[in-house]
Design a protein around this ligand. Structure first.
Ligand code: BJW
Ligand code: ZN
Length: 254
């Protein structure tokens, strides 16, 4: 088993006392399920591709076949992947909070729905999902769970093109998700940032916003990030190891 950084007593005390805990996750949480991250220097998606060629509305307008094929391949690969112990620990953390009549909100930048697959409830998807494809013309959304598409790009019955239901650079986040996140941050006592490089806005600003309204902030990551200096506690390690350890500590203390 991987070495796990110690969980600070002050963090478990703060979580035990908290009325509302907000968790923000990023690609690092799914890394141990086999989902590539974006910014890992060797294996990250942006190490092999330029985001402006694939993850912008301009890229889709320029070459819809290329963009559709890339997202379709990621969608098909994802179908064979499963949640890991980190996802499962967040389900346990939610149950631990709600069983004590406390609030818990899970915000995710991930588009893989592995939190849903693990059993998390009320997940707020800030960057949409790879599983739902939306027609650019008529707006119809369809869940796509099967094998590779027959054609790239993917045509809608209305004649328009279907695009992945993810949020690309330069696009607004879904208003309902952004509002839910802002509301949660305004009422949380503890905010935990997990497995995100904290460089993509607006999510990258959430830890600072939580801190500004008086919440205590923790970070779980394999390495330091731009928010490490502002957090109250930084737990370095792999989330599939550190998160189960956190939950074990909370359950043992209560
Ligand atoms: C582990 C681990 C393990 C690994 N255990 N840890 C200034 C202010 C506000 C906005 C902007 C601004 N400047 C520019 C902007 C605009 C832009 C932006 O933020 N750009 C920055 C790059 C500067 N933002 C936007 O465009 C957003 N929209 C918006 O702001 O609308 C208003 C607006 C519009 C127009 C102009 C201005 C404002 C939309 C952002 C959409 C992001 N979309 C993507 C792609 C989704 C589709 C797809 O899947 O292809 O979302 S980009 C990509 O990055 C993806 C992720 O959700 C997102 C965040 O990445 P994440 O999750 O942090 O992953 P990594 O790889 O970066 O990090 C992984 C981390 O895990 C690392 O730290 C590892 O150490 C760690 N790790 N293994 C623990 N096992
Ligand atoms: Zn259509």
């Amino acid at each position: 088993m991987a070495e796990c950084a110690p969980i600070p007593d002050e963090l478990t005390d703060a979580l035990t006392a908290a009325g509302h805990v907000v968790v923000l996750t990023g690609a690092g949480v799914s890394a141990e399920s086999g989902v590539p991250t974006f910014r890992d220097a060797q294996t990250g998606l942006w190490a092999k591709h330029r985001p402006e060629d694939l993850a912008t509305p301009q890229a889709f307008a320029r070459d819809p076949a290329l963009v559709t094929r890339w997202y379709d391949e990621r969608r098909v690969t994802l179908a064979s992947l499963a949640p890991n112990d980190g996802h499962r620990a967040l389900v346990d953390l939610q149950r631990w909070m709600t069983s004590r009549d406390r609030q818990f909100t899970l915000l995710t930048q991930n588009v893989d729905r592995l939190h849903h697959a693990a059993g998390s409830e009320g997940v707020v998807e800030l960057h949409g999902t790879l599983w739902v494809w939306r027609c650019e013309s008529c707006g119809e959304e369809q869940e796509e769970r099967g094998g590779p598409f027959d054609s790239h790009p993917l045509a809608c019955e209305c004649g328009g093109l279907r695009r992945p239901g993810v949020v690309w650079f330069g696009e607004m986040l879904p208003p309902s998700a952004l509002e839910a996140a802002e509301r949660a941050i305004q009422s949380c006592d503890v905010f935990i940032s997990i497995g995100t490089s904290a460089v993509v806005y607006p999510a990258a600003g959430f830890a600072q916003a939580a801190k500004a309204r008086g919440a205590r902030v923790a970070e779980f990551n394999r390495e330091p990030t731009p928010i490490t200096d502002l957090v109250d506690w930084s737990v370095q390690g792999l989330s599939a190891t550190t998160l189960p350890e956190l939950v074990r500590r909370l359950q043992a203390d209560s």
